[in-house]
Write a protein that binds this ligand. Sequence first.
Ligand code: MG
Ligand code: MG
Length: 271
Amino acid sequence: MIIVKTAEEIELMRESALIVSKTLGMLAKEVKPGVTTLQLDALAETFIRDHGAVPGFLGLYDFPNSLCMSPNAQVVHGIPNNTPLVEGDIISIDCGALKNKFYGDHAYTFEVGEVAPETKKLLEITKKSLYIGIREFKKGNRVGDVGYAIQKFTEDHGYGVVRELVGHGLGRKMHEDPEMPNYGKRGKGKKFIERMVVAIEPMTNLGTHRIKQLKDGWTILTADGKPSAHFEHNVAMVNGKPELLSTFKYVNDALGIVSEEEAEFRRHQLH
Ligand code: MG
Ligand code: MG
């Protein structure tokens, strides 16, 4: 069952989402060769707690850390460790925060130094597919419309769309209805309703869409060992249109990226 939020609850969710956005912005400056994912995890935990929130993933389903850190061929749910990042890596960072009983949950794939052109392109297309999906999250549409749009754009570029892991409704729980696959058929699935909130999160592989799981019971990686990218936003339906609660503004500011990608989905001034 989709849990509709009040206008006040959406404002609380915006607060939680912005803490995650700012955490990713802080991390953007720290992602470089030599740093370990455990060091980044510790920075994020402190930052989240300093902002009056609790790390959303720590202890959730018994996950051991604050961030899911998935380098290179890892898709999602990687566990932070002591291996330093090296030039040419990519690192998908998924971050959650819980404040005022509501979750924020979003993700960005960072480049470590200079990465291969084909990997850079994978990141660019995956991020674009996220906004293409968000555009379909509107009155009259259904879950399948978002999935179809993401899948079409992604597969037109020859990439693999992960099937087993999907986006989701978000609120007092990290995972609420509906599931939001990054594939689907137009006009199929649950109908969107006013003041619902979802996490839309394409997970895109350079090669095959197939995945496998490490024996740690968490880490998902591509079956062919090729890189995978992951970008995620939290979106509320307000007046029949998608409104972003999270933002990559802080990441963009940290990395010197000028982007208008979010302008059409934003009603609020950010500080
Ligand atoms: Mg996430
Ligand atoms: Mg999520």
